[in-house]
Ligand binder design. Structure first.
Ligand SMILES: Nc1ncnc2c1ncn2[C@@H]1O[C@H](COP(=O)(O)OP(=O)(O)OP(=O)(O)O)[C@@H](O)[C@H]1O
Ligand SMILES: [Mg+2]
Length: 243
């Protein structure tokens, strides 16, 4: 079975080659734990090494903001394959401006929703996948999806969205804000084929460390241990914690 490495030194060795093809996994973590950076790292290095075409669906940060962060982290453009950044934040903003103008003109019809529908998002994603031959995708983030798209029943709508993702026959990483004792809202962790958890812990009064753990990965014999997670010179590293 084809797998996509995380390109995290010290962790891929414990993951039998990486994320199995066609899995839908959750990258869960508290704020500032490298969720977005890790997702991009996986897309970029799979493009560079295997010529994979990947896509990063950003609902959170604008493309400019994300690119600024990634350049600052030392990432370069892919040398083969590609990483297509789909800036949904910008689309949302443009749509907001359009609606504001219509409202000022008094021509905003009742049926134009302030939010995109999930059907819109699905259409946009599947069109891009087909157009750019995408096989690996990151969605940043689940919470923003819930906030930005019109959902009558968020739990059910996200459940169906998840199943729709699985039927796309590509490999997807969904970024989720970790909540206490759960990996993603609405218990979506149970639906995922895999969960990678990122967290930041206080070691003592003065210092903190980031940690990474592969909580679950269906079909893979992996370690569930927490590794100290760090980023240096453009590469991620996971090392066993010394207790
Ligand atoms: N050049 C750098 N090298 C290493 N770490 C950096 C560098 N620049 C910023 N950082 C760290 O990266 C963190 C942000 O990483 P990232 O955006 O991937 O986290 P995140 O988990 O997605 O955050 P959020 O909760 O905001 O979505 C910053 O909070 C900062 O600590
Ligand atoms: Mg982020």
């Amino acid at each position: 079975m084809k797998t996509y490495p995380l390109y995290v030194k010290g962790l891929d060795e414990h993951l039998s080659g990486g994320i199995p093809q066609h899995h839908t996994i959750i990258l869960s973590g508290t704020p500032g734990t490298y969720k977005s950076t890790l997702a991009y790292n996986i897309l970029l290095h799979n493009a560079n090494t295997l010529g994979i075409h990947g896509m990063y669906v950003s609902l959170e940060q604008s493309k400019e903001n994300l690119e600024y962060h990634l350049t600052n982290m030392g990432f370069k453009e892919p040398t083969q394959g590609g990483v297509d950044i789909m800036d949904m934040g910008k689309l949302r903003k443009l749509k907001g401006q359009f609606q504001e103008r219509k409202r000022e003109e008094g021509t905003l019809s009742e049926d134009i929703s302030l939010k995109y529908s999930l059907a819109n998002l699905k259409n946009m994603i599947s069109n891009r996948i087909e157009k750019n031959n995408i096989e690996l995708m990151a969605i940043d983030s689940l919470e923003l999806m819930e906030l930005a798209f019109k959902m009558n029943e968020p739990r059910e709508d996200l459940f169906y969205f998840f199943n729709w993702l699985k039927d796309l026959n590509i490999t997807t990483m969904i970024i989720a804000e970790a909540l206490k004792d759960t990996y993603a809202r609405h218990d979506l962790g149970f639906l995922a084929d895999g969960i990678i958890q990122l967290r930041m812990d206080r070691l003592d009064d003065m210092s903190t460390r980031r940690f990474i753990s592969v909580v679950k990965m269906r079909g893979v014999n992996h370690s569930t241990d927490y590794f100290v997670f760090s980023f240096k010179d453009g590469f991620f590293d996971a090392a066993r914690a010394i207790i």
